[in-house]
Ligand binder design. Structure first.
Ligand code: ARG
Length: 463
């Protein structure tokens, strides 16, 4: 097959070079955007009188036919034609003859690939934001359904203070909300039209970039033709946002794994979202959550991949950049699959509320409440901390729990203790008392839930 650059060349491209340099095997997924971009470009060329209006129409018709044949899976992609742009252009010339050769006027594959990627990421980023919102609503549902469940709150994976399960789950709603805001913010940097930069320097032909931007729904034009073809910040940013999202996913996955262990026994994941062991009949493994945790590594790898590929590239387009699609597509597929799987898995989790509540007071979890009680009696916090520390030490030595101590025992440590202390030692009262903004009390947790519900409603209206 004749290459578009054949004029300058005397010899055929070596077979191994074709194999080594092709990208059609992976960039064919850009076909839809490539054709939409070409249709807009052809319309602009005709409007500007760069090509004949009848030629413009013929090109558009030809491109639509190719669109349908790819859609139906009838189109045969060829490695000899290297990439999606050349495959479609060659098909157009086959379809409508020499007029097809006019499409590539005032355009280069360099601005074309930047356009395709931006169109893909614009659409996919919006899809991801919608899915993140679905995920947040599911978490809010869980919070509402388990509003009164108390569990141990942890620091250093050691029991720290009692909290509400919904308070804990809302951490993830916050993470995913920040993720969705991050993706949303990136849209304004994605939604910039690079087309018209041509190879790197623009063109002497009288193109109308604003017109193309309007047809394709871009909110602005890139302002430097050289930057337009050399910039992949928006790809790096997408993978970076995805890496942060997957970091959040890995933390949630880790907790689901821990919580479903016999040691914790906080949750049970249904049979349909767990797998068995081929040797140990009793096992029920949280493989889905483990793979979510595991796939996070791939996304970090993809981020390092694209950053390293882009590092120190001189202006402007360099062929290295063809490699951007591998980490990008893998990230996209992994994020989408992970989101969808998690959305389906969350309702399959049963929370063992009784177990969570029963252990929430263990491990001297209300010791801080004793210290705060003493502060209320006028004792300096450092002193109160020390007194409470001695009480805990006494309990450990005498194998007692805080709630098993008598008034006499409390008085050995401080005179100021009165009957009120007994009401302060239960996990329930510990949680109830934490009324500070964002704190553990049911009242504060409810207002957090309301905050999310309002946000979700607002977003729904905005769409
Ligand atoms: N397949 C190429 C890529 O993905 C398209 C741009 C090629 N440009 C070039 N001058 N070889 O980056």
């Amino acid at each position: 097959m004749k290459k578009p650059w054949a004029g300058r060349f005397q010899e055929r491209t070596a077979k191994i070079v074709e194999t080594y340099t092709e990208s059609i095997s992976f960039d064919q997924r850009l076909w839809k955007y490539d054709i939409q971009g070409s249709i807009a470009h052809a319309k602009m060329l005709a409007k500007q009188g760069i090509i004949d209006p009848t030629e413009g129409k013929k090109i558009v018709r030809g491109l639509r036919k190719i669109y349908r044949s790819i859609e139906k899976g009838e189109f045969v992609f060829s490695k000899e034609l290297e990439d999606i742009h050349m495959n479609i252009e060659a098909a157009l010339i086959r379809e409508i003859g020499e007029t097809g050769a006019k499409l590539h006027t005032a355009r280069s594959r360099n601005d074309q690939i930047a356009l395709d990627l931006r169109m893909l990421l614009r659409e996919e980023t919006k899809n991801i934001i919608t899915k993140l919102r679905d995920l947040i609503s599911l978490i809010i549902d869980l919070c509402n359904r388990h509003i009164d469940v108390i569990m141990p709150g942890y620091t250093h994976t050691q029991r720290a203070q009692p909290v509400l399960l919904s308070h804990h789950l809302l951490c993830y709603a916050n993470m995913f909300l920040r993720d969705s805001e991050r993706f949303k913010d990136s849209l304004k940097r994605i939604n910039v039209l690079p087309l018209g930069a041509c190879a790197l320097a623009g063109t002497s032909l009288p193109i109308d970039r604003k017109y193309v931007a309007k047809i394709l729904g871009f909110s602005s034009l890139s302002i430097n033709s050289m930057d337009s073809v050399s910039d992949r910040d928006f790809v790096v940013e997408f993978i970076s946002n995805a890496a942060i999202f997957m970091m959040h996913i890995s933390r949630l996955a880790e907790e689901l794994i821990l919580w479903s262990s016999t040691e914790f026994g906080f949750i049970e994941i249904s049979d349909s979202f767990t797998t068995g062991s081929s040797i140990m009949p009793q096992k029920k493994n949280p493989d889905v959550a483990e793979l979510m945790r595991g796939k996070t590594g791939r996304i970090y790898g993809n981020l390092v991949n694209i950053l390293t590929m882009m590092k120190a590239l001189p202006m402007t387009y360099n062929r290295d950049m063809q490699e951007d699609k591998i980490p990008l597509f893998d990230t996209l597929d992994t994020v989408k699959m992970t989101l969808e799987t998690l959305i389906q898995m969350l309702p399959e989790i049963t929370f063992n509320s009784a177990k969570m509540t029963s252990v929430s007071g263990q491990g001297f979890a209300t010791a801080t409440d004793i210290a705060e009680y003493l502060v209320g009696k006028g004792i300096a916090f450092r002193r109160a901390h020390e007194i409470t520390g001695r009480i805990v030490h006494y309990c450990i030595k005498n194998k007692k729990d805080l709630c098993e101590l008598s008034m006499e025992e409390f008085h050995q440590f401080a005179e100021v203790f009165d009957e009120e202390i007994f009401r302060r030692l239960s996990p329930e009262s510990s949680v109830l008392g934490r009324l500070s903004e964002g704190g553990a009390s049911p009242q504060q947790v409810r207002s957090q839930i309301e905050h999310f519900t309002r946000k979700l409603l607002r977003k729904k209206r905005a769409v």
